[in-house]
Design a binder for this molecule. Structure first.
Ligand SMILES: NC(=O)c1ccc[n+]([C@@H]2O[C@H](COP(=O)([O-])OP(=O)(O)OC[C@H]3O[C@@H](n4cnc5c(N)ncnc54)[C@H](O)[C@@H]3O)[C@@H](O)[C@H]2O)c1
Length: 245
């Protein structure tokens, strides 16, 4: 039996990751502050999927969630820190509250999750994957604070990969390009012409289309699997060629 924990599991990329692990026969602990929509997935997968409603920005929540995963399944083989928020705002307009919010969810929550999963993953020679972004590798116009948080997520993964290597715990960053999720919809809906904005986002990527959440999920599953047993410290773009330009 293999057990995975996924944060931000109710929607978008996290939901697809949860589904991919469950379809691959893993037991999954799916965490989201809006866990209601996961109930239907939980029903489909029966005892294999446990849903936890929690906001993972604080240290205690991450400890609580991992303790609960261990209580349910007795072990942890993979953790995916996927929960994240974005903000399209110039540095001048960004409020203190927004800066704190982005740092809390996109950086601190990953650090707290790392602290909580380190021991359990060392016991199983497991893996930790953070969902960063291509904006952690190259900057995107108009989202300076988001870019900064994703750069931090990439460097957290690289640092932990080194620190945990001799314990045989692998750590990687998955760096999506533009993915068709509710996060993107919110971004697009605020544009003057949402249809045109969607087309332009698709055209920004060399493959000429948006990524599906499932195309990110299959890479998260790969990074967590024995097929990636010598892959650690990698920031892997899933961006349709964007960072190759
Ligand atoms: N969509 C994209 O184009 C894109 C591109 C690059 C990176 N990413 C990253 O991928 C990850 C997932 O993005 P998405 O597009 O699926 O987002 P989304 O907004 O569609 O879904 C994110 C999920 O995370 C949950 N979440 C957010 N903050 C939380 C918290 N504090 N506690 C618990 N749950 C929380 C939300 O409730 C939601 O269910 C994020 O880290 C995002 O930055 C997305």
């Amino acid at each position: 039996m293999k057990v995975a924990l996924v944060t931000g599991a109710a929607k978008g990329i996290g939901r697809a990751i949860t589904q991919a692990f469950a379809d691959d026969g893993w037991k999954v602990v799916a965490v989201d502050r809006e866990a209601g929509t996961l109930e239907e997935l939980a029903q489909r997968h029966g005892d294999s999927l446990v849903v936890i409603a929690d906001d993972i920005s604080g240290r205690a929540a991450n400890q609580r969630v991992v303790a609960s995963a261990l209580e349910h399944f007795g072990r942890l083989d993979a953790a995916v820190g996927n929960a994240g928020i974005n903000l399209e705002k110039s540095i001048d307009e960004t409020t203190e509250e927004e800066i704190d919010g982005l740092i809390a969810v996109n950086i601190k929550a990953l650090i707290y999750l790392a602290q909580a999963v380190h021991g359990p993953l060392a016991e199983t020679a497991g893996s930790f994957t953070v969902v960063a972004s291509k904006t952690g590798l190259v900057a995107q116009l108009g989202t300076p604070v988001y870019n900064a948080t994703k750069g931090a997520a990439v460097q957290l993964a690289r640092g932990l990969a080194l620190d945990w290597a001799r314990e045989n715990v692998r750590v990687n960053a998955l760096c999506p390009g533009i993915v068709d999720t509710p996060m993107l919809d919110r971004f697009i809906d605020s544009a003057p012409d949402p249809k045109q904005a969607r087309r332009e986002f698709a055209q920004q990527q060399p493959l000429g289309r948006l990524a599906s959440p499932e195309e990110c999920a299959s890479v998260a599953l790969f990074l967590s699997s024995p097929a990636a047993s010598f892959v650690t410290g990698v920031a892997l773009p899933v961006d349709g060629g964007f960072t190759a330009q």
